[in-house]
Design a protein around this ligand. Structure first.
Ligand code: SF4
Ligand code: SF4
Length: 352
């Protein structure tokens, strides 16, 4: 079967004066829009461009493009066509092999509404208690349900195009009508990546923040307001579904948490930087993490709230070293209803 083709509209770029995709980039200095336009045209024309070599794969330009024109997906396609690797080859090969569908997966007592644990064992530690009454066992986990968005970090759009239609089919075959995605990498895949490649999704993806909001409203009588100030660590895949960011404020509002206004939140968020540690060098990654964490300290964060388990692994210990309590969003909700935290700090990071 021919691989799905990226739906990218060059006429939108021709009419776009602001070139927000590159001008907004936090890792390249494109404040000069003429220069940005010139470089972006090279990407469109499939010529070599500094953009293809300097991109950290933070996903943010997907959010910066006001026309939904998928600039980052185009960058990934061009990197792959030109063999420009944003990570060392052995790491890419390891990911490709490790996540290959092998016909073995875990399916719970799946009903029409199910949870996607994707391929992230961290999530088993988090999904417990009242918040997940009645749904925790209706879950799917494994390579066959793995969203594959991670290959955006590795210049392997071809793997996504090859595996995603099968993943969607596997989910459909479980009879699932609504899939609550416990990671927004999955939600972003089903709502953004799939449509960018014209792949039909025959079930409703539900972001787990939407699910948490609904559950917290049902549990409002047992919530004890936390009255804390928290920094939010916005992760790369949140850029694929920026329309869900309001749920952070909604959940914080329900829990009595103040989302501190700081330099590196919302559109200016810095990713956890771990994914490009090897490709861009430890000094570069350390600097991004240091700026992010110092920003949280400067703006008076007591807690750092995580969405993504990979951000947790990269930053939880480091936040704790600076006197900021790291906590996953699901655990924050549990804290407010008097339940135990699932992810804990350890010498090596997350303990599940
Ligand atoms: S990808 Fe979007 S932001 Fe970038 S030049 Fe094209 S239309 Fe403009
Ligand atoms: S993915 Fe991030 S680093 Fe790469 S061009 Fe887009 S905004 Fe810049």
């Amino acid at each position: 079967m021919p691989l799905a083709k990226l739906q990218f509209d060059t006429t939108k770029c021709a009419a776009c004066e602001a070139v927000s995709c590159l001008v907004g980039c936090q890792y390249m200095d494109f404040r000069d829009t003429d220069e940005a336009k010139k470089e972006w045209q090279k990407v469109i024309d499939n010529q070599d461009s500094t953009v293809l070599r300097s991109c950290t794969t933070c996903y943010a330009c997907e959010e910066y493009c006001p026309f939904g024109n998928h600039p980052f997906y185009l960058i990934v396609e061009r990197q792959e066509e030109k063999g420009i690797l944003p990570a060392p080859r052995p790491i890419i090969t390891m990911w490709i092999n490790q996540c290959q569908p092998v016909g073995k997966f875990i399916v719970g007592k799946v009903e029409e509404r199910a949870l996607s644990y994707c391929f992230l064992p961290h999530l088993y530690a988090l999904v417990k208690g009242k918040l997940f009454d009645g749904i925790a066992w209706s879950g799917i986990f494994g390579q066959e349900f793995f969203c594959n968005a991670v290959y955006l970090h590795y210049a392997r759009a071809s793997i996504i195009k090859d595996r995603l239609p099968m993943v969607v089919e596997n989910i459909k075959n479980q009879g699932i009508k609504e899939l609550v995605c416990l990671h927004d990498e999955c939600y972003g895949t089903f709502t953004s990546l799939a449509s960018a490649y014209g792949i039909d999704v025959p079930f409703r993806p539900v972001h787990y923040y939407e699910y948490l909001c609904d559950r917290l409203r049902e549990l409002k009588d047992v919530i004890k307001p936390l009255n804390i100030r928290a920094a939010y660590q916005r992760n790369c895949s949140a850029r694929l579904c920026p329309q869900t960011d309001h749920y952070v404020d909604d959940i914080f509002g329900l829990l009595g948490v103040e989302r501190i206004k700081r330099r590196y939140d919302q559109e200016n968020a810095l990713c956890c930087a771990e994914v490009f540690r090897m490709a861009k060098g430890p000094a570069f990654a350390d600097d991004v993490q240091r700026r992010n964490l110092e920003d949280m300290v400067e703006y008076g964060a007591e807690y750092c709230v995580f969405n993504c388990p990979a951000c947790w692994d990269a930053l939880a210990d480091k936040a704790s070293d600076r006197g900021i309590e790291p906590i996953h969003m699901i655990d924050l909700c549990k804290l407010a209803i008097g339940e135990e935290q699932g992810l804990r700090l350890s010498e090596s990071g997350a303990e599940v």
